[in-house]
Design a protein around this ligand. Structure first.
Ligand code: UDX
Length: 473
């Protein structure tokens, strides 16, 4: 990649990147920071102390590798606790917003002693206050949306769905009703497939009104960045562009960074002690193992975990299962069932955390049981691994619908956690319908890799975006 050597220091763009301090969000945005730094742009990455310390443990001295990439941190009080899963999540979000805005203001001030900030890239969850600050300081603000295009497009259409009476959802018996009016997604999704907040629940500080507001608010951003690619979500992206004309698809970002530099980006900001699972995988036959992992934030009841456990055991397939220590809900005592303690047998391996991208690319892995978080979905697509989806919150229910009905690269187990269904789906994915799923998964893996290769859509969009960043400098 070329560096901007012909410009004086003061003319070099300085991008301030502010992700939401949660694993799924930092994971997505860090490769973008590295890519921009590699392009000769000054980058400041703003994170909480807590997330930054986790990040350093697994990236080594990332700053030394990128002279243009500087880390700044904030976060006192409640933000010293782990994010998202904290019981005080609501207060945590409010603190990220208030302490983050104070720090942003300080970094953008001319008295900061740093190169002048020429643009801010912020997680869309923090888009509204940041856009206000940007307007006040005269600094362009760009929104980064870490989730899928189908998620943004669904929430964007929620007001229209209320107007034409397709929403609200009227209880459990209404869940299989087809939603007919979302442009580009007509008759594709049932009520149960809509992003989770459409069910009337809350997620921390988030309720339906606030995420719909955020979705529309991104129209005020100077540009919108998304971790997806054209060949995956083309029809939805073309609808989105009617409302977000300056939209850049750059995904899968971890693969784009892989392509642009030899070394891999970090994906795991949690414990890395579990490389033992790689040794266990090495001993398994090709495509014989189903990898089971539900991301960094999903929480289960003990009963649900036992249904999955029995389903996996009864399937007679080998499995590698990531059981985070905090996987059981606090209402359910927070204690893991005895069966799910870490260890290995000939048939299964249970670990507390795994190097997920490596696992998915391992020759022994033939399927992925996932919560359909967007990073996990993209990582599985890149590795060409078919999925069984057990979505829980946020974008996950709509992602899993697209996996099963649009891309046809897996099965959607949504809303029914039953050992018989788990057993049947594992057998369908790994045996009965294996060829069919493998064929479509491999086709999407090729498209994903093409999109980040020279001349591909995400590759070209990245360079267009770099030019845009320079033009607003
Ligand atoms: C959250 C939301 O759940 C998700 O729906 C949204 O799209 C992004 O924010 P998370 O739950 O963590 O993210 O899921 P996901 O997006 O899949 O990200 C998990 C990341 O952790 C992936 O990059 C995955 O590779 C990594 N991971 C997970 C590991 O490295 N090891 C593991 O054992 C499990």
């Amino acid at each position: 990649m070329s560096t901007v050597k012909d410009k004086s220091e003061s003319e070099t763009p300085h991008v301030l990147i502010f992700p939401l301090p949660g694993q799924g969000h930092v994971n997505t945005v860090l490769p973008l920071a590295e890519l921009l730094a590699l392009s000769g742009i000054h980058v400041t990455f703003l994170n909480t102390h807590h997330m930054h310390n986790r990040l350093l443990r697994f990236t080594g001295n990332i700053e030394a590798r990128h002279p243009n990439l500087v880390f700044e941190t904030f976060g006192d009080g409640i933000l010293r606790e782990p994010p998202v899963l904290s019981r005080k999540m609501k207060e945590g979000f409010a603190e990220v917003e208030s302490q983050g805005m104070t720090k942003l203001r300080e970094l953008c001030s001319e008295r900061s002693g740093k190169p002048k900030v020429t643009c801010i890239i912020v997680d869309a969850f923090l888009g509204h206050p940041t856009s206000n600050l940007g307007d006040e300081l005269g600094i362009p603000v760009i929104h980064f949306r870490t989730a899928s295009g189908c998620y943004l497009w669904s929430y964007f259409n929620v007001p229209m769905l209320f107007e034409c009476n397709e929403l609200p959802i009227r209880g459990e018996e209404d869940m299989d009703r087809i939603i007919t009016r979302i442009p580009g997604m007509e008759n594709l999704v049932r009520c149960r497939d809509l992003p989770a907040l459409c069910r009337g629940s809350r997620e921390g500080t988030l309720d339906l009104d606030s995420v719909v507001f955020q979705a529309h608010q991104s129209q005020q951003a100077k540009a919108v960045l998304m971790n997806t690619f054209e060949d995956l979500e083309g029809p939805v992206l073309s609808k989105l562009r009617d409302h977000f004309p300056n939209l850049y698809t750059l995904g899968p970002l971890h693969t784009l960074l892989d392509f642009m530099k030899a070394s891999k980006p970090p994906t795991s900001l949690s414990e890395e002690k579990d490389r033992t699972c790689m040794r266990w995988l090495d001993a398994q036959p090709p495509k014989s193992v189903i990898y089971v992992s539900f991301g960094s934030a999903a929480v289960f009841t003990r009963a649900q975990l036992m249904e999955i456990w029995h389903g996996l055991m009864n399937s007679n397939k080998r499995f590698l299962w990531v059981i985070r220590p905090n996987l059981v809900s606090e209402q359910d005592g927070g204690v893991l069932p005895m069966e799910l303690t870490e260890g290995t047998t000939e048939r299964h391996c249970i670990v507390g955390w795994s190097p997920q991208q490596e696992v998915l690319e391992h020759v022994a892995v033939g399927g992925f049981m996932t919560h359909s978080g967007w990073n996990s979905t993209l990582e599985s697509i890149v590795a060409g691994v078919p999925m069984i989806c057990w979505p829980l919150f946020g974008d996950q229910p709509i992602n899993s619908r697209f996996v099963s009905e649009v891309w046809k690269i897996g099965l959607d187990m949504k809303d029914t956690c039953d050992r018989k269904i788990v057993e049947r789906m594992v057998n369908d994915l790994m045996v009965e319908r294996r060829e069919e799923f493998e064929k479509s998964a491999l086709a999407f893996a090729v498209l994903a890799k093409n999109s980040v290769s020279e001349g591909g859509s995400s590759y070209s969009n990245f360079y267009r975006f770099v030019e845009y960043v320079k033009s607003i400098c």
